[in-house]
Write a protein that binds this ligand. Structure first.
Ligand SMILES: C[S@@+](CC[C@H](N)C(=O)[O-])C[C@H]1O[C@@H](n2cnc3c(N)ncnc32)[C@H](O)[C@@H]1O
Length: 319
């Protein structure tokens, strides 16, 4: 790990310096820095210089039932009992408005990102598979091209979320005999949730300045590094097999992404020395991956507790 010094008063791509911690990370003659910003990205993104960002890698909130936009349990601002499957535990409810809310939120983020990303710059947005269409539409409406749908494939510890109807039948106002009959008719069928084995990632690109070649010569964005692969001997694939990270006692964030996966995305879609932005930094995985790949990073996070975790991971080189 490089040695980090904390400089809270400088950050070259923000016009305002408030709530910003900067960690210079120069290595191999590349001057890079990690900028961790505390605040709402809907506000903070307005302070970023236009056309300054080479890549966006981010894992936005999805307005899950029971989780609010700030990713806090029990503070959901999602409308309740609308289109939900009645009686399901929190997290299992299906809110038909959730997708529309996500699309509208991501549309606003997309509008802000559009002006600060360089022409040809890529963006990777994690999304639950069932919400990826909303994520993509919100970003497309903001002016981005949808280049691909990528999959983060994992095999370990994938919890089977479908559950049996027996419990609900037992609570029905029926005789025991009738309940047995209903259960027989149901034939052990479960709620429509297969064991999740991947998370979707929407790959976007800001429209290029002219041809791919012209755009690259002007901005060094818009083309991928096809020599980077997770499977040696194979060209990089849209399905990326990387195991989920183990829970760490220094990181209690609910949805930590694997550093190895983020490093891979950064290497594919940007160059050393370039600037990676994560407007939903969470516990700082994108910042750690940026250090490991010699990129600069700007990470914005609304929750002070997660800022602390992110800063510690960056300073201590923790996974
Ligand atoms: C899915 S988590 C990201 C986790 C991250 N990938 C990691 O590995 O730790 C989304 C994060 O976005 C933050 N967030 C939600 N709304 C935000 C906003 N408007 N501005 C900045 N951060 C926000 C939440 O607090 C949460 O930590």
């Amino acid at each position: 790990m490089a040695n980090f010094s904390v400089d809270k008063n400088s950050c070259h791509i923000f016009s305002s310096f408030q709530h910003t911690s900067r960690y210079p990370t120069s290595r191999k003659n590349l001057k890079t820095s990690i900028n961790i910003v505390h605040g709402n990205c809907l506000e903070k993104l307005k302070e970023v210089k236009p056309a300054s960002i080479h890549l966006v890698v981010t894992d936005p909130p999805y307005f899950l039932d029971g989780l609010d936009a700030g990713w806090e349990k029990g503070k959901s601002d999602a409308p309740r009992n609308t289109g939900s499957v009645g009686g399901l535990p929190v997290g299992m409810k299906f809110d038909l408005k959730q997708g529309k809310r996500l699309q509208s939120f991501i549309g606003k983020i997309g509008d802000l990102l559009f002006s600060i990303m360089l022409p040809g710059a890529f963006g990777v947005f994690f999304s639950q598979p069932r919400l990826a269409h909303r994520m993509a539409t919100g970003l497309e409406d903001a002016g981005f091209e949808i280049r691909d749908l990528l999959a983060w494939h994992f095999t370990k510890r994938a919890q089977f979320k479908a559950f049996s109807m027996d419990h609900f039948v037992d609570r029905m106002d029926k005789t025991e005999r009738e309940k047995i009959k209903i259960k027989q008719k149901l034939r052990g069928r479960k709620t429509p949730q297969l064991r999740p084995q991947f998370e979707a990632m929407v790959l976007i690109q800001k429209p290029r300045d002219g041809t791919f070649i012209n755009n690259w010569l002007e901005h060094e964005t818009g083309l991928i590094d096809a020599s980077v692969s997770l499977v040696s001997g194979f060209s990089p694939s849209s399905v990326m097999l990387v195991e989920k990270p183990n829970r760490q006692d220094y990181n209690r964030h609910l949805t930590v992404k694997p550093v190895k996966l983020i490093e891979h995305l950064i290497k594919l879609f940007s160059l050393p020395g370039q600037i990676v932005l994560d407007p939903f930094l969470g516990s700082g995985t994108t910042a750690v991956a940026s250090i490991n790949t010699q990129r600069s990073c700007v990470g914005i996070e609304i929750d002070k507790n997660y800022i602390e975790i992110a800063e510690n991971r960056v300073k201590e080189g923790k996974k």
